[in-house]
Design a protein around this ligand. Structure first.
Ligand SMILES: Nc1nc2c(ncn2[C@@H]2O[C@H](COP(=O)(O)OP(=O)(O)OP(=O)(O)O)[C@@H](O)[C@H]2O)c(=O)[nH]1
Ligand SMILES: [Mg+2]
Length: 347
């Protein structure tokens, strides 16, 4: 016998409202729970919340971070940089796939200050990371868009926390090297990898000064076909060049490797090198010291930019600044005197 369906005695709108009101205070708690369970959809939602500029979301984002923080930090954060076309995406596809085969969970984030215009190059990249995108142990997220590199950086740092809480033990942060983005990525990662090509000069490769010094490893990509010989030669040259730099605080001597990302050759050597690095710097405590330093750096950075923004936003400051600039131009004051006058406005 079929039963009769119960009459819908309650007004569906009221029922929905009650359900919503029950859900709302729980929303962040549920989101945290799902993230900790490693749910990718929840992780995506969490990152979207963190990226949101709406005041209401920012409060929720704070709670979310607080809830995830105790479960974060258990990862190796790897920064990868190199000029457009060097093969970053192809390398990450190959490298990330290898790591998942080793039982790791890999999250790929991007810092791309130009992404506001290009809508995140890593998005188009998903086609270059065909395998990794489908991999249940990988999570790929395009760069947060933002007006400033500082803003993008903050969102990325918070996304790292969420990814770690979701159980990702390898966090890869890719940057295309626009503006100061390499320095930014360097300041939020444990290991910094510079991808290069053989046979092209630094100017051609758009390698800025100081980037070589930041690298823990240089990997010459596209070491395949006719390029093998040139790649080996470049490896020797770079190794020699790296030895000219003063010894690193980490006690680690940067090394050069070659690989072919499309042929999956030499990729495992890169991972072995990173493991070797990790063992070295965990033993000598540099790993933790560097993370502490990075936290301190971001604290100071945040204060600085907030103070600056507050200062310049004041109408009085704006007005006086204009006046002082004119005086300066007329040689009636000095930059230091002008600064003193301006700073006195708010003190
Ligand atoms: N021969 C060869 N070609 C490669 C290798 N890795 C990448 N490529 C090719 O180089 C081109 C650029 O590769 P991408 O992985 O898109 O480079 P990218 O650094 O991510 O570039 P952007 O996202 O524009 O910064 C593609 O056509 C790849 O197929 C490699 O190891 N060997
Ligand atoms: Mg790419």
């Amino acid at each position: 016998m079929e039963g009769i369906s119960p009459p819908s005695s309650s007004n569906p709108i009221v029922v929905k409202k009650i359900q919503e009101s029950r859900r709302k205070p729980l929303f962040i708690k549920e989101l945290i729970k799902s993230i900790l369970e490693g749910n990718h959809t929840a992780l995506s939602r969490g990152i979207t919340l963190v990226e949101s500029t709406a005041t209401k979301h920012q409060q929720q984002a704070k709670e979310l971070i607080q809830g995830c923080l105790p479960h974060a930090n258990n990862s190796i954060r790897i920064g990868i940089t190199g000029v457009p076309g060097v093969g970053k995406s192809t390398f990450i596809e190959s490298f990330g796939t290898l790591l998942t085969q080793k039982g790791k969970k890999v999250a790929v984030l991007a810092v791309d200050p130009s992404s506001t215009l290009s809508k995140g190059s890593i998005l188009g990249d998903k086609t270059r990371m065909e395998e990794l995108v489908k991999n249940p142990n990988a999570f790929i997220r395009p760069s947060a868009s933002g007006e400033s590199l500082g803003g993008v950086a903050r969102k990325t740092r918070e996304a790292i926390i969420l990814c770690e809480a979701a159980g990702f033990d390898i966090i890869i942060i890719e940057t295309v090297g626009v503006g100061q983005s390499e320095t930014t990525v360097h300041s939020m990662t444990d290991f910094f990898l510079l991808l290069k090509l053989a046979g092209a000069g630094d100017e051609l490769q758009g390698i800025k000064r100081g980037i070589m010094e930041m690298a823990d490893a240089i990997v010459i990509n596209k070491a395949d076909g006719d390029n093998v010989k040139a790649a080996k030669l470049a490896k020797t040259e770079f190794n020699r060049a790296l030895h000219l730099y003063p010894e690193k605080e980490s006690g680690w001597t940067p090394k050069t490797l070659t690989c072919s990302s499309i042929n999956n050759e030499g990729i495992e050597d890169v991972w072995n090198l990173i493991e070797e690095y990790s063992t070295t710097v965990k033993k000598n405590n540099y790993f933790q010291e560097k993370r502490n330093e990075q936290n301190k750096f971001w604290l100071m950075q945040t204060i600085e930019s907030a103070l600056k923004a507050n200062f310049y936003h004041q109408a009085k400051v704006k007005k006086e600044l204009e006046k002082q600039l004119q005086l300066l131009q007329a040689h009636k004051t000095t930059p230091f005197e002008a600064a003193e006058v301006l700073l006195k406005i708010t003190s």
